[in-house]
Write a protein that binds this ligand. Structure first.
Ligand code: HEM
Length: 228
C-alpha cells in the first residue's frame, strides 16, 4: 500500500471514528446513568468543550504543517473543522432542550406550532439578554459559512484567495468561543485561560508568518525609480 492509500483508507477513517468517540462515550454514559446528578448540564458542557477542542485542533493544523513540514496533515483540517461545527450544533441542541424547552409551558401539547414558536422566542430572547449566550451563538454562526464552503466545489467557486480570507473567520469564531467560555465560568477561570492562550499562540503564529511573507515580498519587489 502506498503512503497516500494508508492515509486515505486507514488513517483518515481512524481519525474520523476517533472524533466520534466523545459522542459515543456521552451516549453510553447518558444511557447507563454514568453521568453526574445533572446529566443535561454534563452533556451541554462536554459538547461545548469538544466543539472548542476540535476548533483549536483544526486551527493548529496549518502551524503544525509549517513547523514540521508534514504536508499530509492538511488533509485532516477540513474533517476536524467540521467536527468542531458538529459538536457546536449538538451543544446548541442540548442547550435548546435542557435550558429552553424544559422551561416552557405547553398549552397546546408538546408537539405543536405554539411550542415551536415559544421555543424560538425563548432561544432568541436568551441570545439577546445573556451576553455569554450571545457570544456563543456568534461563535457557532461564524462556523456556519465555513462548514458550507468546506467542499472542493466551493473552493473552486470562490477561488483560493477569497476562500482563505473567508476561512480566517475560524479565528474569530475561536476567540468568540473562548470569550463565551470565560464569561460563563463563575470561579475557576484556569481552563478558559488555557484555551485563550492556545488561541493566542495559534493566531500569533499566523500573524507572524503573514508579516514575514509581506516583508519578503516587499524586499523582492523591484525598486520603482523615483521621478525627478
Ligand atoms: C448557540 C450557541 C451556544 C449556546 C447557546 C451555548 C450555551 C452554553 C451553555 C448554556 C453552557 C453551560 C453554561 C453553564 O453550565 O453555566 C455552555 C458551556 C460551554 N460552551 Fe457553549 N454555547 C454555544 C456555543 C458554543 C460554541 C460554538 C462553543 C465552542 C466552539 C462553546 C463552548 C462551550 C464551552 C467550552 C462550555 C463550558 C464547558 C465547561 O464548563 O466544561 N459554546 N454553552
Amino acid at each position: 500500500m502506498t503512503t497516500q492509500n494508508v492515509l486515505r483508507f486507514v488513517v483518515k477513517p481512524a481519525v474520523c471514528a476517533a472524533a466520534l468517540g466523545p459522542l459515543a462515550w456521552l451516549t453510553w454514559a447518558g444511557l447507563t446513568g454514568n453521568l453526574s446528578v445533572n446529566p443535561l448540564s454534563d452533556l451541554t458542557n462536554e459538547t461545548g468543550l469538544w466543539a472548542l477542542r476540535f476548533l483549536a485542533i483544526s486551527l493548529a493544523i496549518t502551524p503544525l504543517r509549517r513547523v514540521t513540514g508534514w504536508n499530509w496533515v492538511i488533509r485532516f483540517r477540513r474533517m476536524l473543522g467540521l467536527y468542531a461545527f458538529f459538536y457546536g450544533v449538538l451543544h446548541f441542541l442540548v442547550y435548546t432542550i435542557a435550558d429552553r424547552f424544559a422551561g416552557l409551558d405547553f398549552p397546546d401539547g408538546m408537539a405543536s406550532w405554539t411550542t415551536a414558536r415559544n421555543l424560538a422566542a425563548s432561544v432568541g430572547e436568551d441570545i439577546y439578554k445573556r451576553p455569554f449566550i450571545t457570544i456563543g451563538f456568534t461563535a457557532l454562526m461564524l462556523m456556519l459559512p465555513l462548514a458550507i464552503t468546506s467542499t472542493a466545489g466551493w473552493i473552486r467557486r470562490l477561488g483560493g484567495k477569497r476562500w482563505n480570507a473567508l476561512h480566517r473567520l475560524a479565528y474569530v469564531s475561536g476567540i468568540a468561543a473562548v470569550v463565551h467560555y470565560y464569561w460563563l465560568v463563575k470561579a475557576d477561570v484556569r481552563s478558559p485561560l488555557l484555551y485563550a492562550a492556545v488561541m493566542a499562540v495559534l493566531l500569533g503564529a499566523r500573524v507572524y508568518w503573514a508579516r514575514m511573507k509581506a516583508a519578503s515580498v516587499a524586499r523582492s519587489a523591484p525598486a520603482v525609480p523615483r521621478r525627478a
